[in-house]
Design a protein. Sequence first.
Length: 325
Amino acid sequence: MNTPRTKILAAAAAVALLAGGGALALSLRGGDEPAPQTSFCWGSLTREDVSALTVEPRERYTSRETAVATSRLSYCDVDDEFTLSLESLHSAESVWGTADEVAAASPVRAPIPSAPGWVNRTYAGVLLPTDCADALAKPAPYLQIQATKDQEDTWRDGALQKRMATVLTTAAERLTGTLGCSGPAPATPAGSAPPVLEREELDPARACGIEGFAPLKPSAVAGFTQSATGGDFRLWSCAIGVGDDVSDSVVHFTVTQEPILVERHRADNENRSALLTCAGRPTLVQVGHFFGLKEKPGREDLRPDADLLTGLADAVAVQAGCERE
């Protein structure tokens, strides 16, 4: 039986959590033993979903979350396993910049199958339909997940990014369904995992795996490497630099056919963007640079930006049978 002191302590804990902007979903059963929670993160995840992403499944999970509809960050924390957050996209100036915000900055991220988003070693993010904006009080909403425990082994064998992508898109589908958004909800990956991106030697005449794409000057020295997503051009990207360290990348390239991204970025800097039509689908091609506190090696070996853009757009057009607009 609960004593008056137990009730006072429980009430005080609830007040403290609410004052901090969150609410802990716990109930007391048989004294102070927490009952297993069955719904998490604004009702978007079940206990089975949560268990699928944890390192070692446990008997009980708890979550703390803020309001789903707020102009600021909406945040959900599931124990010390992972976090789920809802935010509004800011002033990203390119598709690469949007990916940096939605799925955290990383030159080795991979596209999530069938969804407008990306996954890397510990983060995954997906854009939500624009007509969810009013219900979420966020003008350009996206959902992001972060695995907060070290899971390097499961990243290397491809398991972690599959789990993050599946849990993320499951949450996105349920949220859009609950909110009644009419736009297309992200599709849950059907048993496929985004590939692990590895640095590999760059072929100067077939950079990023695209025949005829040659971003280096004829005088460039050897030693350039690349990390490219491969596959089709729905959400394709490639970063190149000198050496094996991804932090030494100097230039990045993106090609996207996701309507929400094409619409947002088609008016970006015309010197670094080109619009193609591939099999009737608007296809955006972009070029950008990595900047640091000091000049990165290899930058002087790149062709001028205009040549980079023209060369990539022409090579993509040939490979995918596209037309220039």
